[in-house]
Design a protein around this ligand. Structure first.
Ligand code: ZN
Length: 495
């Protein structure tokens, strides 16, 4: 696949984005039946006639899901419909046993809103087209193929546990004017949305488990042109990092086609995490293909204005106001805050501070040690496998002198490797700083006896030479000593 270098693509073309985010609500039961929504259960154990689409079964709307949908709509500054209906979206897919999905079509519960994202200190306003309710499909598992896709598989298994889990689809208006920042704006938007949905308490928003999924629409138009180009929709991009990479890749791919005089095909595309490219999926259906019609088994939804007002009062502060507030509370410089925001670490730091760490120590660990692991594994910070509580525990161990920063890194390694809590890792790996004065004194003597020339230097007044002896003691102690105490002992000994 040929691509144009990113700078060349941006010199000639102006990207326009459209982001569709599906979020699974964290209601205890499904959208139209009483089945559990818990993640990770044995296949096909959380099903009933309704979510299996058996003849004669009737759906009933989950009131909690409607409440969450309204709160999401309000948090995105949308108008909440006074009256709206569900619609049937007709298509066949093996993981959708009814052969239609109950969704909303021309009557979404929330529409015409906006939100803001902050990127490198600049605010981008993102229009929200709509937020509508629908149900999730089941899951297909293709067995025997190399990539987990149906191509090359020997057989496929179906798990309907997810079938009927409440989903909200949030669709932006076309996002224009971001220029070369388009991939980062896309990532910043999904990050902001994830944080907002978590603060609202309506979803687990775990991209790696699929409870937050993003489809990224990208089109290009020649710079200076106002009409939109043909777009592609890259499906189910499952990490924040991938959102940015997938948009960037599509820009360079489409630019190469346009620059050589070709036409972009309107289609869905698949993102490949490992190779960093997209490949064609199916040609994009138009709305007519789905034969939408109002769902006859469900009554319309007409949320009273009083209820909407009540829900409005439960909203958290808007994302940009929140960033301003936490920056002031944490005492971060503008630059520090930018790094935190672009790393998607605001929630993690907030939770770490709530667990008892100082803001600066929380920032340090999330942006260095944990970020390094995230980069190495190509995952988002929160998927690395360290919780904010554990970060706070590790920092507490540093502050009470049990370990130092260097040893803390080994504790992170252990926690990430699944060796237990920070305290357990310290014990199991024998990482605690040695406070046994006898052992320290022996190591100090050893260092002094082995380095008479350095001792002479120190005696002649070159106190900075102490560093070499401290280094020798630390080496003997495998880094598990308090360097300040070692220095004291060396100087005492030499006199
Ligand atoms: Zn069910």
């Amino acid at each position: 696949m040929t691509v144009l270098p990113y700078a060349d693509a941006l010199a000639a073309y102006d990207p326009v984005l459209g982001l569709e985010v599906h979020v699974e609500l964290n209601t205890t039961s499904k959208m139209f039946c009483g089945c559990s929504t818990a993640f990770g259960a044995e296949p096909n154990t959380q099903v009933c006639p309704v979510c299996l689409g058996l003849p004669g079964s009737l759906p009933a709307v989950n009131a909690k899901a409607v409440e969450s949908a309204i709160r999401i709509g309000l948090a995105l500054n949308c108008t909440i419909a006074e009256w709206c209906r569900f619609a049937r979206k007709n298509y066949f897919y093996p993981d959708m046993p009814k052969n239609y999905q109950i969704s909303q079509y021309d009557e979404p519960i929330a529409y015409d809103g906006w939100t803001e994202v902050v990127l490198d200190g600049e605010i981008y306003r993102i229009g929200i087209e709509r937020a509508h309710m629908e149900e999730d499909t089941g899951k297909s598992l293709h067995v025997g193929g190399a990539t987990g896709r149906i191509h090359g598989a020997d057989y496929s298994l179906l798990d309907y546990n997810r079938s009927g889990v409440p989903l909200i689809e949030i669709v932006t208006k076309p996002v224009e004017g971001t220029g070369a920042k388009a991939p980062e704006v896309a990532r910043a938007y999904v990050t902001m949305l994830r944080d907002l949905l978590r603060t609202l308490g309506v979803s687990d928003v775990r991209m790696e488990q699929g409870s937050l999924r993003c489809d990224a629409n990208v089109s290009l138009r020649p710079v200076g042109r106002s009409t939109f180009g043909t777009r592609t929709e890259t499906k189910n991009v499952n990490s924040l990092r991938s959102v940015e990479r997938a948009v960037r890749y599509e820009i360079t791919r489409q630019a190469a086609i346009l620059a050589s005089g070709g036409r972009v095909t309107q289609e869905t595309r698949h993102w490949h995490e490992d190779s960093g490219i997209t490949t064609p999926g199916r040609n994009k259906e138009t709305a007519e293909d789905y034969r939408y019609f109002p769902e006859p088994d469900l009554v319309p939804i007409a949320p009273s204005r009083e209820w909407v007002e009540e829900l409005h009062a439960t909203l958290p502060e808007p994302p940009t106001a929140r960033l301003k507030r936490v920056r002031a509370e944490w005492g971060f410089s503008e630059l520090e805050m930018r790094d935190v925001v672009s790393a998607g670490a605001v929630n993690a730091i907030e939770a770490t501070v709530a667990a008892g760490a100082t803001p600066q120590s929380a920032r340090k660990w999330w942006l260095t040690e944990i970020a390094r692991h995230a980069n190495e594994e190509g995952v988002d910070l929160e998927a690395v496998g360290v919780t904010p509580q554990q970060v706070a525990e590790i920092q507490a161990l540093v502050e009470n002198g049990t370990i130092n920063d260097k040893l803390a890194r080994q504790v992170f390694e252990g926690v990430i490797a699944g060796e237990g809590s920070p305290a357990e890792v310290v014990t199991a790996r024998k990482l605690a700083i040695v406070s046994d004065e006898g052992a320290l004194a022996a190591a100090v003597n050893e260092a002094i006896n082995a380095n008479p020339d350095i001792v002479d230097k120190i005696k002649s007044g070159k106190v900075q030479a102490t560093g070499a002896l401290i280094g020798s003691v630390m080496k003997q102690m495998r880094g598990q000593a308090d360097a300040a105490r070692v220095r004291e002992m060396i100087l005492e000994k030499i006199g």
